[in-house]
Design a protein around this ligand. Structure first.
Ligand SMILES: CC(=O)N[C@H]1[C@@H](OP(=O)(O)OP(=O)(O)OC[C@H]2O[C@@H](n3ccc(=O)[nH]c3=O)[C@H](O)[C@@H]2O)O[C@H](CO)[C@@H](O)[C@@H]1O
Ligand SMILES: C=C(OP(=O)(O)O)C(=O)O
Length: 416
C-alpha cells in the first residue's frame, strides 16, 4: 500500500488547475446508462473511483474508451443489470446505478452497500424514493434486487436532503410515466450538474439547486457530449494548502459560488483571498485566528472540507470548535493530527481545537479520503518529515496530487 513522504515547510507558490468533480462525474457516468448510444463525458478526473465506475460499466456490457480527460461510453450493448459484489465493495457510489438501471431495464441487482469509516451510511431514502416510483425490493443475504413493471411519477418527501438519494430518484424519474416531485431535495452543485446532463440527454428536470425538483418523465433519452463541473472540494483543499503554508497560490478553474462557505470561513480567520472570475488567489500570512465551523448540507459548510479545516485550525490563534452534523463518525483524523502535535479534544460530534504554534512530522494514517487530505496538509505545514500511509483513500478523490503540489514547490513524493 502506497504512502506519501512530505518534507514540510515550503511556502506554496504558483498556479494550480482544478480537475473535474468526483462527486459530479460519478452519478453522471452512472446516468449514461439511461441513453442508448455513445456519450462523451469531458473533464473526467483520473481517480480510483472513476476507474471503478468504468469497470462497473464495462461489466454491465458497455464499451468504454479513454481519451485524455474524456470518457467515451457506448451503452448500446448493455446486457446486464447486475453489479458483482467484488465491484460493489470497491466503492459506495455504485449505488447510483440503481436509478439508471431500473429506468432502462426495469430491474437491477446489487449487493447491499456497507457503511464506511465515516458513518453507517444507510440507503433507506434511496429505497423510499424508488419504491414510491414503483420499484419493489427483495433483500437477500448480501444482495438487493429491485424490480418495476412500470415506473410512475410520484411526490417524494425526503426526511433529509440526501445527495445520493436525490440523484438516484432524479435518474429513475426521467423515464417514469408522469410527474415526480422531490421535496427537501439536496441542493449541492453536483445535483445541478446532474440536472444539466439529464436535460441534455432529453430529460425534463427542473428545480435542481432548490429544495424542490420536478421531473416530467420522457419516453426516450439520447446520448450526448457533456463536461462536468470543477471539483469544489479539491479547490477548497488547495485554498487551505496555500493558506496553511503561508504561500501565494492562484487556484484556477474554480466556481467560487460553489465554495462560498469555505471562502467565508477562511476570510473570517483572516486569510486574504482575491476572487476574480473563475480564479481565486490566496496570499498567505503568518497568523490566522480560530473560527467555529459547523458542517451542513449545501449551501452550508461542506462535510468534505471539515477534515482539511481541522488541520488549518490546529495552528490558528485561539480556540475553534468544529461540529460535524452530516456523518456520525467523521472526526477520526483528530487522533492522527494529535500525533503531529495538534491539540484536539472530541466531545460528541464536536472537536475543540486549541491552536498550537506548529505541527511536527511523523507517520500517520489516512482513515478516509478527506482525513488523508487533512494529513497531507498537516505534512506540508509541519516541521520535518511526515509519512502518510494508506493513501489509496486519497487516490479516490485527488487527481495528480503529488504533481500539483510539487509544481507549487512542495516537497512530496509517493512510495508504493
Ligand atoms: C459520491 C458523492 O457524491 N458523495 C458525497 C455525497 O455522499 P452521499 O450521497 O452518500 O451523502 P448523503 O447526502 O446521502 O448522506 C448524508 C447523510 O444522510 C444519511 N443518509 C443518506 C441516505 C439515506 O438513504 N439515508 C441516510 O440516513 C447518511 O448516512 C449521512 O449521514 O454527499 C455527502 C454529503 O454532502 C458527501 O460527503 C459525499 O462526498
Ligand atoms: C465522502 C466522500 O465520498 P464518497 O461519498 O464517495 O465516500 C468524499 O468525497 O469526501
Amino acid at each position: 500500500m502506497g504512502k506519501f513522504i512530505i518534507n514540510g515547510g515550503q511556502h506554496l507558490q504558483g498556479e494550480v488547475q482544478i480537475s473535474g468533480a468526483k462527486n459530479a462525474v460519478l452519478p453522471i457516468l452512472a446516468g449514461t446508462v439511461l441513453a442508448e448510444g455513445e456519450c462523451t463525458i469531458g473533464r473526467v478526473p483520473h481517480l480510483r473511483d472513476v476507474k471503478v465506475m468504468q469497470e462497473v460499466l464495462t461489466t454491465l456490457g458497455a464499451k468504454v474508451k479513454e481519451e485524455e480527460d474524456k470518457l467515451i461510453i457506448d451503452n448500446k450493448g448493455l446486457s446486464s443489470y447486475e453489479i458483482p459484489e467484488s465491484l460493489m465493495r470497491k466503492m459506495r457510489a455504485t449505488v447510483f446505478l440503481m436509478g439508471p438501471l431500473v429506468a432502462r431495464f426495469g430491474q437491477f441487482k446489487i449487493s447491499q452497500p456497507g457503511g464506511c469509516s465515516i458513518g453507517t451510511r444507510p440507503i433507506d431514502l434511496h429505497l423510499k424514493g424508488l419504491r414510491a416510483l414503483g420499484v419493489e425490493f427483495k433483500q437477500g443475504h448480501g444482495f438487493l434486487e429491485g424490480k418495476a413493471k412500470k415506473l410512475t411519477g410520484a411526490e417524494i418527501h425526503l426526511d433529509f436532503p440526501s445527495v445520493g438519494a436525490t440523484e438516484n430518484i432524479m435518474m429513475a424519474a426521467t423515464r417514469a410515466e408522469g410527474k415526480t416531485l422531490i421535496y427537501n431535495a439536496a441542493r449541492e452543485p453536483e445535483i445541478v450538474d446532474l440536472q444539466n446532463f439529464l436535460n441534455q440527454l432529453g430529460a425534463n428536470v427542473r428545480g435542481a439547486g432548490t429544495d424542490v425538483i420536478k421531473i416530467k418523465g420522457v419516453k426516450k433519452l439520447h446520448p450526448v457530449e457533456y463536461q462536468v463541473i470543477p471539483d469544489r472540494i479539491e479547490a477548497g483543499t488547495f485554498l487551505v494548502a496555500a493558506a496553511i503554508t503561508r504561500g501565494d497560490v492562484l487556484v484556477k478553474d474554480v466556481i467560487p459560488e460553489h465554495i462560498e462557505a469555505v471562502i467565508a470561513k477562511l476570510t473570517e480567520a483572516g486569510i486574504n483571498l482575491k476572487v476574480d472570475g473563475d480564479q481565486i488567489r490566496v496570499i498567505g500570512q503568518d497568523n490566522w485566528k480560530g473560527v467555529n465551523v459547523k458542517t451542513l448540507p449545501y449551501p452550508g459548510f461542506a462535510t468534505d472540507m471539515q477534515a482539511q479545516f481541522m488541520t488549518f485550525l490546529s495552528i490558528a490563534k485561539g480556540t475553534s470548535v468544529i461540529t460535524e452534523t452530516i456523518f456520525e463518525n467523521r472526526l477520526k483524523h483528530a487522533d492522527e493530527l494529535r500525533r503531529m502535535g495538534a491539540e484536539v479534544k472530541i466531545e460528541g460530534n464536536s472537536a475543540i481545537i486549541t491552536g498550537v504554534e506548529k505541527l511536527s512530522g511523523t507517520t500517520v494514517e489516512a482513515t478516509d479520503l478527506r482525513a488523508g487530505a487533512a494529513l497531507v496538509l498537516a505534512g506540508l505545514a509541519s516541521e520535518g518529515k511526515t509519512q502518510v500511509e494508506n493513501i489509496y483513500h486519497i487516490d479516490r478523490g485527488y487527481e495528480f496530487l503529488t504533481e500539483k503540489l510539487s509544481d507549487l514547490g512542495a516537497n512530496i513524493s509517493r512510495k508504493e
